[in-house]
Structures are given as structure tokens and as C-alpha cells.
Design a binder for this molecule. Structure first.
Ligand code: PA5
Length: 452
């Protein structure tokens, strides 16, 4: 089964008190259609480009990956947010657990992978302590080219590499905007290899561009299958996008201001984080597109089954009725193991598989939530691979902007993030941000009375 499926029984009024009735489905689908038509207009006008990534040429990425294979032991990516979360999702989902601890041979002569995202110094320090500079390649990813965290990590890594290797230009690859930004100028000036993030593809919508695909190719993933999976989401029709967007919008309007993403697989843990960034940054907006103050959005909550059955599920089931839970079920888990009990008390496990246990527990949680009137829906994939991961990415890259645009929200900007970035530039003394420093000083007043 290649097709991703959506089971939305437990959002319906047939099962959940206050759930969606037929008229609600019709009404919200109409709203979703409006969002979709606005999105398609933006795509047709060239302002938004993520849907067009399905037509991209992958030859250069694959030949770059071929060059890297067997030539270095470590591949360090400097990037953050939309420039790192997609890659981390790919690594968690498609590489074996403990990939970096495997030997070079076990990894098939592919490099280990490190992501320098945070500016917690201990992270980049431990990456540098683990890697040998003359056996390392640096990949810097920044759409804007100006992100301070990426600039800091890149500079530290670059200095370290420069003082240890002869021709550094052969050890760096840049992924950035084709024309604009500091990173593009650096790549040109230093003659670094560079791959483009199309100008109309924003950070959190870029996983299926070189941002995710180039490192994925280096790690031996089938990037054409990722693209194909993504493309399949819209190849038949937009039905799943419309239904999913309708459900989320209905529940946002009906007091469910927490949106929980709970895949039942540790391999999808980072997918929850990727989803949360996409949802939060795209939909959390103070103003709509006409400038009216709306304070729109709902809070995405990352979760993982079955682990959170021993943590958050108590709250999901018996706490406030403010959540909608989205489960992801993987029908056939990789490396599944049949259980054989060595102790009579555990005989009930005999003959079942670990994957089966995972999916039984998912169904049990669905039932438990339903029993207290808590709504949930479930995406079902047969196996977790490049194709289905591409589907999951593309599905939400559509659903989220459809919801935003249906409410006349701009799901492609992030003005709230920009403000904080600009204050930080001002505080660090960056030219042109003197006014921001002043504004910060005005705002950031505190009284000692409130400090213990
Ligand atoms: O979605 C976005 O645009 C942001 O989350 C960015 O991905 C993040 O801020 C990093 O930006 P950049 O890729 O420009 O360094």
C-alpha cells in the first residue's frame, strides 16, 4: 500500500460529543477550498514555490553525494529551524539508530552526520572534538544567509577547518538563496560549491529542496523517492488536504487550542518537531493579511507513542478538553521482532511482535481518548521510507498554509521571529541595527523588586 490513509472516525459527531457533523464537514471544507484556491493563486503567480519542487533536477545533488562517498568520515551541517529540522527528521526516520556509532564499513563508506544548530557552545565543541578536520566536510544551510546562530556555528567550524586543511574551498558546500544574502556572496567570493534554495521556497517549506535532499543524498537516501512521495499527495486530488485542514479548523474554532502530533514510532520523533515548527511559525500570527489584529493560531505539541503513554496521555485523556490528537500509525515496522516469553507471567506476549504491540497500544489509546470524548485522528502508512516520509512532509506543507490562507493569515512569513533577531543584532553591535538596540533598551526594563 503506497497511499497514505486518513482515519478520522473519532473527530466525527457519530463518535465524539461536540464532534463534526455533516454540515460542519461541508462548511469547513468550503473554507478549506478557499484557502487552497488562495494557495494555488500564490503558486501560479510564482510567489510560492514548494509545490514545484517535485520537478527539480537531482542529478547534481546525486553526483555531489557520489564524490563525498568514501572521501570523508564526517559531514557537519550548520543550520537551524527550517534549515535543520527536516534533515533531522530524515536522519531519525531513515538511518539506523546509533548510525554515527557504526564503523565506516557498516555505514557503507558514507560519512557520519552532525547538525550544529543551537548556539550552546558545548554542542559544537563536542562535534569538533569528535571529528578530525582533515576528514570532515562542512555544509552550511541558510536560506536568508543572515541567521546569527548559523553564522556563529559556521564561523567556528570554518576557523577550525581552515587551520587544519590545505584547500578549504574543497571542504565546504553552501545551500542558500540563488541570488541574495551574505551566504551567497561568501560562496561566490570563496568559490565554495553551492546549491540553491529557490527564492520562493521559505525555510520551513524547504525540506524537499537541496536543504533536505543534498545531505540526504550524501547519507545514501533515495531522494527521488522522497520527491515522488511528496508529489503523490496532490496527484489524484486534494481531498485529504481539504479534509485534514477542515478538521483542524473546526477544532480550533471549538476550543481545541492544542494540536498534538503523536506518531507511534521513535523514528518519527523529529517529525513531530518539524511539524511543530511548521504549524507554530506559519499560523501563529498577530495580524491577518489586511492588517487586522487577530492573534491567530493554536499550540502544537510534539509527542511520541508509546513513550508518552507513560507521560502525557494521562493529561490528554483526563485533563482539559483543549486538545486534538493526530496519531501516525506505521503498519509494518522495520526490523520487527517476535516476542517469546522466558517467564510464565509474560506468556501473553508470546507470538506477538514488537511492532504489533506498538500498534495495539495505539489503538488502545485511541479507544481510551474516545471514551472520555477526546477527539483524535490517525494517519496510516504501510512502512516508513523515503516515499511515505515525502508524503507526510508534503501533506502538512499543504494543510498548514491552507488553514492560514483560509483565515487570510500569511503562513509564509515570520515577523515575530524577525523582531527578536533584530534586537539580537543590535545588541551584538551589527551595523544598521543601532535603532533596534535603542528600542530594545526601551522595552527591556526590569525592577529588582521582582528578582529574588
Ligand atoms: O521557516 C523559516 O523561514 C525559519 O524557521 C528559518 O528556517 C530559520 O529561521 C532559519 O533561517 P535561514 O534558513 O534563513 O538561516
Amino acid at each position: 500500500m503506497e497511499r497514505i490513509r486518513l482515519d478520522y472516525n473519532y473527530v466525527s459527531s457519530a463518535f465524539i460529543k461536540g464532534g463534526m457533523g455533516e454540515t460542519d464537514f461541508e462548511q469547513y471544507k468550503e473554507k478549506a477550498r478557499l484557502g487552497l484556491s488562495r494557495l494555488i493563486d500564490l503558486v501560479n503567480s510564482g510567489s510560492i514555490g514548494f509545490p514545484n519542487l517535485k520537478g527539480q533536477n537531482t542529478v547534481a545533488m546525486k553526483s555531489f553525494a557520489k564524490e563525498i562517498k568514501g572521501s570523508v568520515n564526517d559531514f557537519i551541517v550548520a543550520g537551524i529551524g527550517g534549515s535543520s529540522l527536516g534533515l533531522e527528521t530524515l536522519c531519525d526516520a531513515l538511518l539506523p539508530f546509533g548510525y554515527n556509532s557504526l564503523s565506516y564499513g557498516e555505514r557503507g563508506s558514507k560519512p557520519r552526520i552532525w547538525v550544529a544548530d543551537n548556539v550552546d557552545p558545548s554542542k559544537v565543541a563536542s562535534i569538533m572534538n569528535t571529528c578530525e578536520p582533515d576528514d570532515t566536510f562542512i555544509c552550511v544551510i541558510s536560506k536568508s544567509g543572515s541567521t546569527v546562530e548559523t553564522a556563529a556555528n559556521f564561523n567556528i567550524l570554518y576557523e577550525w577547518l581552515k587551520s587544519n586543511v590545505k584547500d578549504i574551498s574543497k571542504k565546504v558546500v553552501v545551500i542558500t538563496d540563488p541570488d541574495k544574502g551574505i551566504m551567497r556572496s561568501i560562496a561566490t567570493e570563496k568559490k565554495f560549491r553551492a546549491f540553491d534554495v529557490p527564492s520562493n521556497v521559505g525555510g520551513r517549506y524547504s525540506v524537499l529542496s537541496p536543504v533536505g535532499l543534498l545531505p540526504a543524498a550524501v547519507l545514501g537516501m533515495d531522494i527521488d523517492r522522497l520527491i515522488k512521495g511528496g508529489a503523490s499527495i496532490t496527484s489524484d486530488n486534494y481531498e485529504m488536504i481539504l479534509v485534514l485542514a477542515s478538521i483542524y479548523m473546526y477544532y480550533m474554532d471549538n476550543g481545541r487550542n492544542m494540536n498534538v502530533m503523536m506518531p507511534y514510532s521513535s523514528r518519527l520523533k523529529s517529525f513531530s518537531a518539524w511539524f511543530c515548527q511548521l504549524w507554530g511559525e506559519s499560523l501563529g500570527k498577530r495580524y491577518d493579511r489586511s492588517g487586522k489584529e487577530v492573534f491567530f493560531g493554536s499550540t502544537p505539541v510534539p509527542s511520541v507513542g508509546v513513550i508518552d503513554q507513560h507521560s502525557l496521555v494521562q493529561l490528554f485523556k483526563e485533563g482539559p478538553s483543549d486538545k486534538l490528537v493526530t496519531f501516525i500509525e506505521v503498519l509494518n515496522h522495520e526490523s520487527d521482532k517476535t516476542l517469546k516469553s522466558s517467564f510464565p507471567a509474560y506468556d501473553y506476549l508470546n507470538g506477538h511482535t514488537m511492532g504489533e504491540l506498538c500498534n495495539v497500544e495505539l489503538k488502545a489509546t485511541e479507544a481510551a481518548l474516545k471514551n472520555t470524548g477526546k477527539p483524535s485522528l490517525k494517519l496510516i502508512i504501510d512502512v516508513l521510507d523515503e516515499y511515505t516520509l515525502g508524503q507526510l512532509f508534503m501533506l502538512y506543507q499543504y494543510v498548514v498554509p491552507v488553514i492560514g490562507l483560509a483565515h487570510d493569515i500569511d503562513p509564509f512569513d515570520q515577523p515575530g521571529v524577525e523582531e527578536g533577531k533584530e534586537y539580537a543584532y543590535g545588541l551584538l553591535g551589527r551595523d544598521g541595527f543601532e535603532e533596534k538596540k535603542k528600542a530594545f533598551t526601551e522595552i527591556y526594563r526590569k525592577q529588582n523588586d521582582f528578582i529574588l
